[in-house]
Design a protein. Sequence first.
Length: 364
Amino acid sequence: MSTAPRLPAIYFEKLLESSPDIVVAVDRQGVISFYNDGARRTLGYAPEEVLGQHVTRLYPDLDEARKVMRELRQGKNCETVFVAKNGMRLPVVIAGSIIRDPDGPELGSIGFAKDLREIRRHDQLATLGEVAIGLAHEINNPLEVIVNNLNLLEAHVAKVSSDDDFVVESERLESIHDALGRIQSIVNRVSEMAHGPEYATREYLPGTQMTDLRAQPTSGTSTRSALTPQGDPELRGVRILVVDDDLGVCQSLRDLLTQEGCEVLVATGGREALTRLETVAIDLVLSDVVMPDLDGYQLFQEVRRRYAGLPVVLMTAFHFDKDHVIKRSRMAGVDDVVYKKPIDPPRLRELIKRHARRPQAVAG
């Protein structure tokens, strides 16, 4: 029976030498006998500076080196710290093996160390991305409440103020709209950066960079609604069910749409919305996308199954639809989507006009 030919040892040595990871071998006294090019590039020591030296040259102290040897003898991988030539401490994970002669005694050990800095940076960026998305959502919901109530306040001021007073108050309201637009733009940029490959930075102290969240020249978002004190005649009497797990959003949208002449009911979840639909005739459902009991897509499916022809419009505080709720809903035939909060009231009015069943049609 023939045996497969074995590669000469030089092949393995060349592989170890060219590995981008840190590869270090020591004899039984802990003296470094092999030090590859990956170690040179990462740690900064030239081979002649470490070969023949004790392995503690690469560790913070003797105790850390002994800890690693204990783990290797137990066949475990070990996280530790190497100290580079410039004094920097580098987190690494070591996978290695004890080398023994044919009779069993230890000859030494060899370890493959992976630099963890880039891995941890990627993990940190992924975590920061999740934080950014969550932060954007949590800011957008109260921002929606502020914007809606500001639009209502502006309409009220226009109705009750004298001409002279209105000039002063409108300037104040305009400055609030501008500030809210900047906040909204920053929130959107945070969400975009969380899913983008790169982002811009700028120096705020000598040698210290910060993420550049300034609005781009064309990315400003207006929060003005052009509400009229008399409301919109085309919306008068339209009955809307607003569904959002944030009660403040429900209430502010209710007030905003009531100002336009709509009749508005609210529900703070998908199941509560379905219960309301059992007892009240509705012309349009305006629902949040992300809710704890039923998401917007699931609510839309149930509405379509139980109440054929009842239009559903979705809104979301997320800039990024990671669960593809919006995409799935559009493919399934949802009428439209108000993509981001704070909602643009003129666009919302047009969506309602386009999709809502008219009160007389329901009555008939």
